[in-house]
Design a binder for this molecule. Sequence first.
Ligand SMILES: [Mn+2]
Length: 445
Amino acid sequence: MIVVSSKIMAKFLHIADIHLGISRYRRFGTADRTRDFFEAWSDCIQRYALEEQVDFVLIAGDFFDTRRVEPQAMNHAMFCLMKLKAAGIPVIVIEGNHDQREASNQFSWLRSLSRWGFVRLLEPFYEDDGTIRFDSWNEQRGSGSYIDIETRDAKFRIFGTTWYGTTVTRQLPILVDEVRQHRREDAFNVMLLHTDVEGQMNRPIPALPVAKINELKAVVDYLALGHTHKNFEIDGWVYNPGSLEACSVDEYANIRGAYLVEVKEGKHEARLMRDYHQRPFVRFRFEVSGRATPEELHEALFAALRSEITPHDPDDEDSLAPVLELTLAGQLGFKSSLLEINRLREEIREEFHPFLCIARDITVPVEYAVATGSSEHYSRGDRERRVIESLIARDARYQLQATEMTDLTLEAKRLALAEEQPEKIVALIEQRLSALPVASMESAS
Ligand SMILES: [Mn+2]
């Protein structure tokens, strides 16, 4: 396809992980963060695509938070897609792990949007024997694996891939071969890929090694990544903008944004743009140790809050109320049932007017204090083990197997953090439980 442009320089916008329709915040029950994701998307498109008059927009996966798109999320998507279409700016999209088509279903909303001309969904195709095939873009069908975009000053060939999960390392050589066969010598070759990269994320799960990515360097000028929800760049040719908004409280501290990329004579310059609607976030941690009563804790907590946090002015329309995350840590000096965390949150809302107050209670209740003992001498891991073991030992049925049960608990936790399939974790638990001596389990019931 051809785009005629009269600008001096070719320009495109690279974003990823928009997560439209995100609903994971609803369990906090108070404020609609879903709207923030729309505002981020809409503000970003207005500023960096429409006002900058870019030649095209790249979305490197997870445009939608779920493959079954909610009506509201589709409204949010179309609000901008219609404007971009009217402005003649093509939107090039790949699937992410969140909006990937079900393997058994040939339909998906991304495919439909592509067919209707609102996005260009790029994806590899598969021969009957399972080998990957890259097809050129077909405008009538609204499908293809790569697409050409030409401006007055630059020619682009853009390649799409899909979500490969942990098989990405194995698939990459095949993708490199396909791109080598189909790349255009006289064009700026771009590839979209949704993957984690080793050393760039906080999760202990397999990711693509940088050495593997470098195999693409010979065939690709700009690798447009998505998936990791924080910004990073490698060697001036691999770019990951990060999600547009924070998808969980753990992501608030991450840098994220949108890449505005200018291309001239085969050289590019990518700038991370961050001046769009992003909900501010305030993290506040309070040590409860040494507060003997709920009243004492309350007084000390609010004194600390007042000295460090400026209440948001609800009448100030120019500033966004922040999400306030309160973490209570340390050893509780009284029964945990006396810690009324919901009431504390209510009072914080009334006094400081945050957009949302998330309260996390990671205190060690006085009931469990025995297990931690003089906790300073133990590592975090040791303390975790001692707490779990003492809790298990309180149950007469498991007293004799407390050590084995603790091992099992910790292993199940490790697997869950590594995003192992739930069925596999359940299978492991069943197998280990059946291996424990039965007599003692019956004796106490
Ligand atoms: Mn994502």
